[in-house]
Ligand binder design. Structure first.
Ligand SMILES: [Zn+2]
Length: 570
């Protein structure tokens, strides 16, 4: 057994052999220490990094993180020490660890007492750390802590000694200047001799925070889902008398079993309401299937709704179930039901009357139990009068009609809806505007909204796209290129791709402006210049916004502006 008591700190001359391992290969961009590639970095950068980790992960997690960092380094150095000092005494080999700590500029080490015997595995070590870089970090960046702060150093000591001894040795700081003690003193002994070894060893197990975050996120999602279920899914949003009235009707409709007919202009939110009826009904746990009859070619609508047998017609390459069979036990929402072909109307009537259907090209009759919610924005009664829609089907569907008011008749709900869509698009585009300017809101309150809530949603999305974070959404960014008074068709053009669609209004209107320009012999340069001036004006001299209006990238527009000598605020 070797037992040494020291009076003096380690001397540099004792570890000249270690210092000789350092090679600066600046030209290669590398520093070598033996065969390890090293980094030379500022303590202040490290201090910043530590502060950020402590602030974002909390002290316990940050502590584990730095201890593991020291641990990895300690394992590597134990290997190095054994390789560099093959002929030396056990103690001299061991001392390479503390010496490396000093050499790397982390701390000056003063061994107080070290007993070790590799053969029997006995280890007991007491050392003092002087001028620990981690204490300095606390003094300059983090402030005093309530517990020892030399995390990287202690991780290193544990790993180095354990690897050296071939058994688990744990070092702890029994006092530390980082928490107000007068010196940093460490004590090392086998893990079994520490009462709380198991708890302490937790620090060396990495514990990815991402798992915890995913876990929390999925908990949040399931909470949200159950909350939505509890509330029967929002009907949409609103508190106006007109809207509350509609909600009352929906509640009554939901509890019954009959078909529901939703009446209202385009974009009033019929699908949201149909879903609300479903979620508030006894069928809430069964499927909800929505289909827009106008979106399916007339010759395919029967197959789509009721299914088709292989070979029923050219192109029917395989047997498919229809939407009704998929909605079995639940609810089907047929939007724009007026578009159904006469044959599809007949089959639908049979489903409603008998609860059965046959797939196209099949003679087998199938039972289905599906609640039908139909919607239309044209008058079904009128369609019956003109012979376009079956009277018997109309009476079946019209058992429980519910009118959904257009947005202009519940305009006091608009601020709430705006708030809702702002939240949605802030999330989708990862930005946070300051919301509508007062002027923009006023404009919205006076607009007629022919496209209703869907139109509002599109307009807000555009406003969010065109507006930078921490800026208000201006009226120009909501209604660029349109004057509400003279263009009530705004909703038709503001589609999902609102920007692109409205960049081509002239094509919709014909090519008259082209002839005009040619007749007047106006030069292309002049046209370009006028377009850019106008776009800049509309974008409030913001080059990025103007570029979007013109379908250009920002640099492309900036270049053209410069070429044309148009001033742009950078
Ligand atoms: Zn300390």
């Amino acid at each position: 057994m070797m037992m040494i008591s020291y009076k003096q700190p380690l001397q540099y001359a004792d570890f000249q052999d270690l210092a000789d391992q350092i090679r600066f290969h600046g030209a290669d961009g590398k520093i070598w220490f033996g065969e390890q590639r090293m980094l030379l970095m500022q303590v202040s950068a490290m201090a910043n990094f530590r502060r950020e980790l402590v602030n974002s992960l909390g002290i316990e997690r940050a502590k584990g993180f730095f201890m593991r960092m020291g641990y990895q380094s300690g394992i590597k150095d134990a290997e190095l020490a054994r390789r560099l000092r093959p002929q030396c005494s056990e103690l001299d080999i061991f001392l390479a660890g503390p010496q490396l700590h000093s050499l790397k500029g982390m701390v000056k080490v003063q061994p107080i007492r070290i007993d070790l015997d590799q053969e029997s595995g006995h280890f007991h070590g007491e050392l003092e750390w002087i001028d620990s870089f981690e204490v300095e970090i606390c003094q300059t960046e983090l402030g005093m802590m309530d517990e020892p702060v030399c995390w990287v150093l202690i991780g290193y000591a544990c790993a180095y000694t354990s690897a050296f001894m071939g058994r688990e040795i744990i070092f702890r700081e029994v006092s530390c200047r980082g928490c107000g003690d007068d010196k940093c003193l460490i004590l090392g002994k086998p893990a079994e001799e520490w009462e709380d070894a198991e708890t302490f060893k937790q620090y060396f197990r990495s514990d990815p925070i991402i798992e915890e975050l995913y876990d929390l996120q999925s908990q949040l999602n399931s909470l949200r889902t159950s909350l939505e279920k509890q509330q029967g899914q929002y009907y949409g949003i609103g508190q106006s008398a007109a809207y509350k009235n509609t909600c009352k009707m929906i509640d009554k409709a939901a509890k019954g079993k009959v078909s529901v007919l939703l009446l209202g202009e385009t974009g009033v939110g019929k699908e949201v309401i149909a879903r609300s009826v479903h979620l508030r009904s006894e069928r809430a746990n069964k499927p909800f299937v929505a289909i827009n009859c106008a979106a399916i070619p007339p010759d395919l609508i029967e197959a789509e709704l009721f299914g088709v047998e292989k070979g029923a017609y050219t192109g029917a390459n395989q047997t498919r179930t229809g939407r009704f069979e998929r909605a079995n036990g639940g609810t089907i929402f047929l939007d724009e039901v007026i578009e159904l072909t006469p044959r599809a109307q007949a089959t639908l009537l049979r489903v409603l009357q008998e609860g059965e259907l046959e797939r196209v090209g099949d003679s087998h009759t199938r039972k289905v139990d599906v609640r039908v919610i139909a919607a239309t924005n044209e008058s079904l009664a009128y369609a019956v009068m003109t012979g376009r829609f079956r009277a018997d089907l109309y009476y079946r569907l019209n058992v429980f009609p519910v009118s959904i008011p257009p947005l202009r008749e519940r305009i006091e709900d608009l601020p709430l809806l705006v708030e809702h869509f702002l939240q949605k698009f802030h999330g989708e585009y990862s930005k946070r505007t300051l919301g509508l300017s007062d002027k923009a809101l006023e404009m919205c309150m006076h607009y007629v909204w022919p496209g209703n809530i869907r139109e509002l949603e599109n307009v807000i999305e555009r406003g969010v796209i065109l507006t930078d974070s921490n800026e208000s959404i201006s009226q120009e960014s909501l209604f660029t290129m349109f004057s509400c008074a003279e263009n009530t068709q705004v909703g038709e053009r503001l589609d999902r791709d609102g920007l692109l669609v409205q960049n081509q209004p002239a094509q919709v209107a014909g090519d008259d402006w082209v002839s005009h320009i040619l007749d007047q012999a106006i030069s292309l340069d002049h046209v370009e210049e006028q377009l850019m001036r106008r776009a800049m004006e509309m974008a409030g001299q913001n080059v990025s916004q103007a570029a979007r209006l013109l379908g250009l990238t920002r640099p492309a527009l900036a270049y053209r502006l410069k070429k044309s000598g148009i001033a742009a605020d950078e």
